[in-house]
Design a protein around this ligand. Sequence first.
Ligand code: DC
Length: 222
Amino acid sequence: MIIAIDGPAGSGKSTVAKGLAERLGFTYLDSGAMYRAFTWKVSSSGVGFSDKEGVYKLLADTSIRIECSADGSEVFVDDVDVTREIRHPSVTENIHHISSLEFVRKKMVELQRDFARGKDIVAEGRDMCSVVFQDADKKIYMDADIKERAKRRHSELGTLAGEGSLDNLIEGIAQRDHRDSTREHAPLKREPDALYLDTTSLDAEDVVDILIKEIQKEQQKN
Ligand code: DC
């Protein structure tokens, strides 16, 4: 069974996807971690983000491995553990250079489908419903008010350097929303067959409870 969850930054999808995977005994897939991993590799390699040919060559030479559990994701680039490094604000700021490239997305889609093969999974990202798992058993689009999303990001980033003020976070999230939803390839969008959930006034456990009921309905149908 494949459960696909999309939504903007801070909509609660990571916490909910992990909680859901744990409750259902499914494997959790954090697709954003893969884009973060390659962005980290590009910035640490000295290849410029605008050097598409250099980025293309680097991608062919890069192995990305992800081990996701309900505790989170462990991410390895060329067998180096970069789990912590990929959450750094400099990766978040530069990721759009990488996630907008069609050849990068093609490779990530392959990696994500390979990861899911033969497993029951809860996958979260921006194009899980629209591209990667178009035939998912359940599609979900999670959203929340931007101020609430910034507050969530703020508490998540608390221990990392350079997190900035709440106003800076709101500005950064608005910019990222705009980039993610207007890019040419696989933009973030709400699919007509996805269940829409506004999580502004819900905590993650409430959302997991709602989704478990929805998934049980789906399982009864099959
Ligand atoms: O979910 P996240 O914040 O870790 O994602 C980081 C960035 O990666 C986000 O700005 C957009 C991009 N991303 C994407 O383009 N497609 C996905 N399936 C997941 C993430």
